[in-house]
Design a protein around this ligand. Structure first.
Ligand code: RAM
Length: 421
């Protein structure tokens, strides 16, 4: 199974590398810019040219400038202190033309649609990164963007927020569901009011929404996590899952695929002894991890398919001096997991880019509002820098757009990503 994992690594890393334009035009740096905390290229492009999509001009000019200027591996990766070359607006146009792109006329905020995304809860850096990518897309499209979440991951808080957004008459509402069924009535209410209602990250049941944006194939995520843990523990011993909320669609779907994968006879000596829920609350997740250590003294491995849960489990293992005795994998933010990956407590894990998730979701929301998508299976979403993405029907009208395969992180690449998300 190592092979699959390595192929995935290669694919994902390739996908992350930006095509480097051959800059044949002569351009000058109109201004030097030193990267500060919370800077990203599209934000700077918006500031200098009023066009977030013009970030390629800064990227190409900086890479072509040499000398003291930073060499950028990807437009998604900026480090504090990087020295950027900011070409004049005229030179930026030349550089964009080299890539076959046109500088867009600056769209005034509020000219476009009003798109509201509701996350599972506040205080989760995963959703802060979704917000970042969503804002980038809204700036490119000239839309007004609203990002909200309840304080804890309960569905009642989400329903309250959605009710208020319906009253506000926004154009699109998208939610990462804390409960796929409980959100159906409010989704129907939104659609009856003429609002496009969709889900992202964690789906609402198909009858209560138009379409869902999913990070990566549910099947691939579930199967790969079991494969990774099996490699770590030599295909033998008791394992457990530390999940997010018991009614959260995304984690539940991945766990179903984990169970499918575990049916393969090669896992005959592995036993799934427990699935526990930390509700994407740091303290509860930590307590649940400690509960597993106590209840299952022979436990060999934990899969935590939630960024909050895996980081809490990394801490619980470290505090209890159990790293190396109980293996850990799952879905984690490089920024939160770097210390556990470097200490060897977590040999490897997966995740997609949550910035890209926010970006893709807003492009999808915009296409719904503009009537560019019906939506129907077989249609194609033009998702800006994410390229063209297919609308697929997963069965019974479960229309979904996938943003792409997950990335794999380990000690070899974690430093490259821990400052990005
Ligand atoms: C947590 C949330 C989110 C999930 C990630 C992997 O941040 O539960 O919904 O997609 O983990």
């Amino acid at each position: 199974m190592k092979r699959l994992i390595y192929v995935l690594v290669a694919l994902s890393l390739l996908a992350m590398l930006a095509p480097v334009a051959a800059v044949s035009a002569q351009v000058e740096c109109d201004e030097d810019y030193v990267v500060q905390a919370a800077d990203w290229l599209s934000k700077l492009a918006d500031k200098y040219y009023g066009d977030a999509a013009a970030y390629w001009a800064i990227f190409d000019a900086t890479n072509a400038a040499g000398g003291d200027y930073t060499t950028l591996a990807s437009p998604d990766v900026l480090e504090i202190g990087d020295m950027l070359c900011i070409p004049s607006a005229a030179d930026a146009e030349v550089l964009l033309a080299e890539r076959g792109m046109e500088a867009a006329p600056a769209a005034a905020a509020g000219e476009g649609y009003t798109i509201a995304l509701v996350a599972k809860h506040t205080g989760n850096p995963y959703f802060d990164k979704v917000d970042q990518g969503a804002k980038e897309a809204a700036a490119e499209l000239g839309d007004t963007f609203i990002f909200q979440a309840p304080a804890t991951s309960d569905v009642a808080g989400q329903i309250e927020l959605i009710d208020a957004l319906i009253a506000q008459k926004v154009d699109v509402i998208g939610v990462s569901a804390n409960d796929q069924d409980a959100l159906v009535p409010v989704g129907k209410k939104a659609m009856d009011a003429g609002i496009k209602f969709m889900s992202w990250d964690s789906g609402v049941a198909p009858e209560g929404r138009l379409i869902h944006e999913a990070a990566a194939s549910h099947e691939m995520i579930g199967r790969v996590e079991v494969q990774m843990l099996a490699e770590m523990i030599g295909y033998e011993g008791q394992i457990a899952v530390l999940s997010a909320g018991a009614t959260m669609t995304n984690q539940n779907t991945w766990i179903e695929w984990m169970k499918e994968e575990l049916k393969d006879p090669k896992y005959a000596n592995m036993e799934l002894v427990a699935v526990v829920y930390g509700d994407d609350d740091r303290q509860k997740s930590l307590n649940e991890a400690q509960g597993l250590f106590k209840s299952y003294p022979d436990l060999k491995g934990i899969i935590s398919p939630t960024t909050v849960g895996i980081a809490a489990t990394g801490k619980a293992l470290t505090d209890a001096d159990l790293c190396g005795k109980i293996a850990l994998t799952g879905l984690g933010l490089p920024s939160e997991m770097a210390e556990y990956i470097k200490s060897g407590c977590c040999e490897g894990m997966a995740l997609w880019n949550p910035i890209d998730q926010g970006y893709t979701t807003v492009y999808l929301a915009h296409a719904l509002a503009a009537g560019d998508l019906t939506p129907a299976a077989g249609e194609t979403l033009d998702a800006g820098r994410m390229g063209k993405l297919a609308v697929v029907d997963l069965g019974d009208g479960d229309l979904t757009v996938f943003q792409g395969p997950p990335f794999m992180f380990d000690a070899a690449n974690i430093d490259q990503w821990s400052s990005v998300y």
